[in-house]
Design a protein around this ligand. Structure first.
Ligand code: ADP
Ligand code: MG
Length: 349
């Protein structure tokens, strides 16, 4: 009974493929911010300026003083699978950059209006301006500057994908997600100066620091408390992996306002088990039933992690997971024992 002899399988048009693929990388404004900041860091910037309007839906602007791009290169930055960061598959396992898929800018440009100008370090006069709206090139023109760097303005995010726009959560939860992204760069790049402008407020300036603890103090600081937060820190090493831990002495109930971050090789990731190991060990210093702020920075040989699990890259596979659990637990215990004299230990915990 052949009712329909017409082909039912269609090849999707390129722009539709882009919009579908974009959903894997850009679900919300915070994903855009993360990708742009990663690119600025990858480009060796020492100063980065961030401007956010309407929690990132109207504007996410990143201006950096990094390596920049040449006139001919700039359009490629917005092509899928165009990257300057890897040449072969093995390169993924010896990454020293965040990027490698070469799809972030392509994805973002398919669901927003982007205007970008860039000037290369080698010759800032040979830069370009590139404007792209929903994957359609609008302008590619010459741009000459006297200093290198890249400025990217992402406007009207999800303007052409109204359903995705509807899924973006409430203003406050988007703002929290954006802040979390910014904080993770503040923590891992203390030697980079950041200026962050929220809506039409004055910019928050984070000067370049030699000492990461100053930055962490700013991040752990609570509006409701006047005193400088007390921070305990220590480090540990096990079989070629390194762990640095920063823990707030203060604790409080609930989740809101908590600064809790796991990093591996400067990438933010989530891992319930590692979170639990830290929380359980810190029961000794935090008030009963409460938790506090923590930062753990793991450094693991690049060939012992797989960051290629998810395009959003917040899930990390450890080759030697058990060793990482042991390292985390040992470092947490070391932190407690080194600071025993500074707190009244909760012996009940
Ligand atoms: P990836 O970072 O995975 O390579 P992206 O789509 O994020 O892919 O960027 C594509 C390319 O554009 C990068 O490989 C890089 O060469 C260039 N690029 C993007 N942003 C910047 C920037 N801020 N400064 C210099 N080059 C950049
Ligand atoms: Mg990138």
């Amino acid at each position: 009974i052949i009712e329909n002899t017409k082909n039912r399988i269609n090849l999707l048009p390129e722009h539709l493929i882009d919009q579908i693929k974009a959903g894997e990388v850009v679900e919300r404004p915070a994903n855009v911010l993360k990708e742009l900041l990663e690119n600025s860091i990858d480009a060796n910037s020492s100063k980065v300026r961030v401007t956010i309007l309407n929690n990132g839906l109207d504007l996410i602007a990143i201006e950096d003083n990094g390596d920049g791009m040449f006139f001919d290169e700039l359009p490629y930055a917005f092509c899928r699978h165009a990257t300057s960061k890897i040449n072969n598959f093995e390169d993924i396992y010896r990454l020293n950059t965040f990027g490698f898929r070469g799809e972030a800018l392509a994805s973002i440009s398919s669901v927003a209006r982007i205007s970008c100008h860039s000037a290369p370090r080698a010759n800032p006069e040979q830069g370009a301006k590139f404007v792209i709206h929903g994957a359609q090139t609008v302008e590619h023109s010459k741009y000459a500057s006297h200093k290198c760097g890249t400025s990217t303005y992402v406007k009207d995010l999800f303007f052409n994908t109204p359903v995705r726009l509807k899924f973006v959560k409430s203003g406050q939860s988007e703002k929290n997600a954006l802040k979390r992204v910014i904080n993770s760069f503040l923590i891992n790049y203390p030697h980079v100066e950041f200026a962050i402008t929220w809506e039409d407020n004055d910019p928050e300036i984070y000067r370049a620091q030699d000492d990461i603890k100053t930055r962490i103090g700013e991040i752990f600081k609570k509006k409701s408390r006047k005193h400088r937060p007390e921070i305990f820190d220590t480090d540990g090493e096990y079989l070629g992996s390194h762990c640095k831990m920063y823990i707030s002495k203060d604790s409080s109930k609930g989740y809101s306002g908590k600064q809790q971050y796991l990093f591996v090789n400067n990438r933010l990731f989530t891992d319930k088990k590692l979170h639990q190991i830290i929380i359980r060990n810190m029961e000794k210093i935090w008030q009963p039933g409460q938790t506090g702020d923590y930062i753990m920075q793991l450094h693991v040989p690049e060939n012992e992690i797989d960051v290629n699990v998810h395009p959003n890259k917040t899930i990390i596979k450890f080759l030697k997971a058990n060793e990482i659990f042991s390292l985390t637990s040992a470092t947490a215990k070391k932190l407690i024992s080194e600071n025993e004299d500074k707190v009244e230990l909760n012996t009940l915990a």
